[in-house]
Design a protein around this ligand. Structure first.
Ligand code: CA
Length: 232
């Protein structure tokens, strides 16, 4: 089996070396970059299974780099985990449409870090699918094999988590889904206890992309005190 390849962009050399060692011990192939520009060059010239980005980097910062990776068709689908300091930076990740799939707040334990990495690695890769699975609701069409979403034939670009969320909603049309149910099904059973706000944030991002008017959503409605309901 070919080793899964991870890019680690972090300017704290000791932390970078430590994380890289641990990932290699788990069987991953790891490339590291100590600044954003180098990371961007690596991300463009290689194909990775996961990119781990620190937010605070000298020069090009992690959030900008994350958006650049998302906007490049070669790397748009790669899972991204952001590393962040407490407080204001977390708000930046959840408040802006950063395109990250997950974030870890520093300081973090290695066990937590590796668990988060494994979750991203378990995402099924598109080329593995054999049957042509398509879900549709209203003018939305979701191709599970190619992991693409179309609205009246125009493609909508979704992040991995947004895609998984929409899949879950389309498979459970009209049902009210609790945040716990969504966390378990989209983020996984053994996912580290996660702020339920994560669900709200990803739903907000998804609404931006699939709703006619995101501030008055028609497809994904909030059921106060319970969760969310999808109606095509
Ligand atoms: Ca840093």
């Amino acid at each position: 089996m070919v080793a899964k390849k991870i890019l680690l962009v972090e300017d704290e050399e000791k932390l970078t070396a430590n994380l890289a060692d641990k990932l290699r011990a788990e069987g991953y192939e790891v490339l590291t970059a100590l600044d954003g520009e180098t990371g961007w060059g690596m991300a463009r010239s290689n194909s990775f299974d996961l990119i781990v980005l620190d937010i605070m980097l000298p020069g090009l910062d992690g959030l900008s780099l994350c958006r650049m990776i998302r906007n490049d068709s070669e790397s748009a689908d790669v899972p991204i985990i952001m590393l962040t300091a407490r407080g204001a930076e977390v708000d930046k990740i959840v408040g802006l449409e950063s395109g990250a799939d997950d974030y870890i707040v520093k300081p973090f334990g290695l066990g937590e870090f590796l668990a988060r990495v494994r979750v991203q690695m378990r995402r099924p890769s598109p080329e593995r699918g054999l049957k042509q699975d398509v879900l549709s609701a209203g003018d939305l069409r979701l191709d599970l094999t190619a992991r693409r979403v179309y609205r009246s034939d125009a493609e909508i670009k979704l992040s991995n988590k947004e895609f998984d969320l929409l899949t879950l909603f389309m498979r459970n049309e009209s049902a009210v889904l609790s945040r716990d149910f969504i966390l378990t099904n989209v983020w996984g059973h053994d996912y580290f206890p996660l702020d339920k706000r994560t669900v709200d944030v990803h739903i907000r991002w998804l609404r931006e992309k699939i709703e006619e008017n995101p501030s008055s959503p028609k497809r994904i409605s909030t059921v106060r005190g319970v969760g969310y309901r999808f109606e095509g």
